[in-house]
Design a binder for this molecule. Structure first.
Ligand code: FCB
Length: 446
């Protein structure tokens, strides 16, 4: 029997995000966000759904913490809605918003559940979008002011802070491809947004160090290891481009203060050049404590001369896919962690990993075997990475409960807890009981 027992103090958590679970979008002074606006735009979201109610976590959070306690989590990752703190993104603050998170954080701490807080999980205050959003450099400054207030408010607490969740997704899906809020479609804009997001991260890190906050600070990136469709030099080159575009585009500036060169070539060829200063890169690369990794699947690519931008094409494997159409490939997590440890050495948290499957509630039970298999195999690979020298400190399942899955609305269920949206009843899936055992044993036996 193989045993996969994790180091003492390893964090076992689940993750959520404000817009995906909170609801109460018009309560207690919360300002409008780009996701409110986008989800109320006809045709933007599956079946025109929105996050107005979501999981009603804003009212049910005490019950949700009880579920966390039952599962035995020692950490919980969630995000603060910037527009509950500054309804207009800047200027006058909303004390009711601060109090909501204060109570949540105090309660978590009193239950020995470590808060892991994302400051920005895509819900930009609409008032700032009206001034250009992430295309406007000032947004980075306003973000750092909001971050500073949070660091000051929770200065004495042992919190893990995450500046941004997946800036790649904010930039490219929000401003490049237009499938996420604010729904803009301009590749040049995506690169500008990406740069300003990186700057926002750096300025927040600066605010963190200046304030002398007790906790730790890092960033969460969506990273995918890339494999060639064949051994040809063309496909190997495609791997380099894809890797630069999705992984290194954000990793390199944060760790080494510069963008990958092959991306510059693409930018220049397409005349997407934008303004930046060397001072920006000094701020972007200020030291952080850890890197947060969201891992769902890998990429397989081949060369494609028809593709206007990158000249690459994604290829599908025969392996099982989740409801999102994402290949189940646990070994990719191992490969990714080993590579990060080599090229970007820092403590790592897996801040999201999980899967959407077609869950069926039957007689009050959800037998989500596929999700259990998915989690088990990824946890094993996380263990293997630690065994082989990676400084991995925690693992967070996406998600605690089913929620509003962005453009897919409520059609994709990622939770280990089932949410009946008509009653807001929470029902623990079999995977929640599986995860409870993992946490009790600090790992698994197989
Ligand atoms: C990640 C997001 C998270 C959720 C999962 C499925 O990209 O950070 O909010 O949507 O994907």
């Amino acid at each position: 029997m193989a045993r996969y027992i994790f180091p003492k103090g390893f964090l076992w958590g689940t993750a959520t995000a404000s817009y995906q679970i909170e609801g109460a979008t018009n309560e207690d002074g919360r300002g409008e966000t780009i996701w409110d606006r986008f989800s109320h735009t006809p045709g933007a979201i599956y079946q025109n759904q929105n996050g107005d109610l979501a999981c009603d976590h804003y009212h049910l959070w005490r019950e949700d913490i009880k579920i966390m306690e039952f599962i035995g989590l020692n950490a919980y990752r969630f995000s603060i809605a910037w527009s509950r703190i500054f309804p207009e993104g800047k200027g006058s603050l909303n004390i009711k918003g601060i109090n909501f998170y204060k109570e949540l954080i105090d309660t978590l701490l009193s239950k020995n559940i470590k808060p892991v807080i994302t400051l920005y999980h895509w819900d930009l205050p609409q008032a700032l979008e009206d001034k250009g959003g992430w295309l406007n450099k000032d947004t980075a400054k306003y973000f750092s002011e909001y971050a500073y207030l949070m660091f000051k408010t929770f200065k004495e607490e042992d919190i893990i802070w995450i500046t941004l969740n997946e800036p790649w997704v904010s930039a490219f899906l929000g401003y490049g491809f237009g499938v996420h809020a604010p729904g803009k479609k301009d590749m040049k804009g995506a690169f500008i947004a990406g740069h300003n997001l990186l700057l926002a991260h750096g300025l927040a890190v600066q605010a963190f160090w200046e304030n002398g906050t007790k906790g730790k600070i890092g960033i969460t990136l969506n990273l995918s290891p890339v494999y060639p469709a064949s051994d040809t030099p063309e496909d190997k080159e495609a791997v380099q481009i894809q890797d630069s575009f999705t992984n290194r585009w954000f990793l390199d500036p944060i760790f080494y203060g510069k963008y990958p060169e092959d991306i510059w070539r693409i930018i220049e060829k397409n005349r997407w050049n934008f303004n930046y200063s060397s001072e920006d890169f000094k701020i972007i690369s200020l030291p952080i404590d850890f890197i947060g990794v969201n891992y769902y699947t890998r990429a397989i690519v081949k060369k494609d001369s028809e593709n206007p931008y990158w000249r690459i094409k994604h290829v599908s494997s025969e392996n099982e896919k989740t409801e999102m159409g994402w290949e189940v490939y646990p070994k990719g997590l191992y490969d990714l962690l080993i590579r990060l440890n080599r090229d970007y050495p820092k403590p790592i948290y897996i801040t999201e990993n999980g899967a959407a499957f077609n869950d069926v509630l039957d007689g009050g039970r959800v037998k989500d075997e596929k999700r259990i298999d998915y989690l088990r195999e990824h946890i094993k690979e996380a263990y293997n990475a630690i065994r082989d020298g990676v400084d991995l400190r925690g693992y967070f399942v996406w998600s605690l409960m089913d929620n509003f899955e962005w453009a897919h609305g409520y059609s994709k269920r990622f939770g280990i807890v089932y949410v009946d949206y008509s009653t807001q009843k929470r029902i623990l899936k079999d995977s929640a009981y599986f995860y409870k055992r993992v946490i009790e044993n600090n790992g698994l036996e197989d």
